[in-house]
Design a protein around this ligand. Structure first.
Ligand code: ARG
Length: 264
């Protein structure tokens, strides 16, 4: 190791930041992606920089996240181009929200319709660290067994007390709604607006703090991290908002705002 980087390492260690990144698991059962290779993910934070939820950039003014991530427009900040939440890399873009549009029929008891759009005050600049996620067509379905990727800064286990500083990601297969709804699993609580993904043996999953974040299948944003039972338990896959059910609502909402606000 060269002397300057060694000194930086010691300095970072002094600052209680992980320098050599031990092989600890974040997201549950996942790994660290190549930094800035997942460019559509954003961290939704409080204005004093506490990570709350994930989100996905769908164009330079709009983010898709979960309705249960609604902490109020005045308390929220969106960070794009991030990788380590604790180290400033110079690639981050922090933008305040202009308006929050939770799905009007979001039900916090059943978790049905757990989706929200965030209109940003200023556009995010798309560059080599930041890009958009493509949306699926209205009602497009994803067959059982198709592999998807979920990413986030969430807990690394149900019991695992803290938000990791660097992004994690894991690949998971889609589980059919029938299987997900069976007795011994979610027992009829999965609606047609939800999508399940995970292994029947558990071990890999999204967890607390990953909410609102992207589940990407075949290059499109099919799911938003919504809920689950604990994290990575056998027979309990993660439950995602099925974005394809909301494609028309997303398009209409964005269109109505552009109509009113004259943004590019
Ligand atoms: N609701 C959680 C959050 O607010 C995410 C739940 C996802 N859980 C799971 N086991 N996939 O961050």
């Amino acid at each position: 190791m060269e002397l300057p980087s060694l000194l930086l390492c010691i300095l970072l260690e002094f600052l209680a930041v992980n320098c050599l990144d031990p092989a600890e698991e974040r997201i549950v059962g996942g790994y660290a992606p190549v930094p800035h290779s997942i460019k559509y993910i954003v961290s939704i934070q409080t204005t004093d920089r506490q990570h709350i939820c994930g989100g996905s950039l769908i164009n330079k003014y709009w983010v898709v996240t979960a309705a249960h991530c609604n902490i109020g427009v005045d308390k929220m900040m969106v960070v794009a181009g991030d990788y380590s939440l604790s180290i400033y890399e110079g690639t981050e873009q922090e933008i305040l929200p202009h308006h929050l549009v939770p799905y009007p029929e979001y039900n916090p008891i059943t978790n049905n319709n757990d989706i929200m759009l965030i209109k940003l005050r200023a556009p995010i600049y798309l560059n080599s660290y930041v890009s958009i996620a493509l949306l699926p067509r209205q009602d497009a379905s994803m067959a059982e067994g198709r592999m998807c990727r979920v990413s986030g800064w969430g807990y690394t286990s149900s019991s695992g007390g803290q938000i990791p500083s660097t992004l994690r990601t894991v690949k998971l297969p889609i589980v059919s709604t029938e299987k997900c709804n069976s007795t011994g699993s979610f027992n009829g609580t999965i609606t047609e607006n939800m999508l399940c993904a995970g292994y029947s043996t558990g071990g890999k999953d999204a967890c607390k703090g990953d909410s609102g974040g992207p589940l990407v299948c075949e290059g499109r944003l099919y799911g938003v991290v919504s809920w689950g039972k604990g994290c990575a338990e056998a027979l309990f896959p993660g439950v995602y908002t099925a974005v394809s059910k909301y494609r028309r609502w997303i398009d209409n909402t964005i269109f109505s705002y552009y109509g009113r606000c004259n943004n590019d």
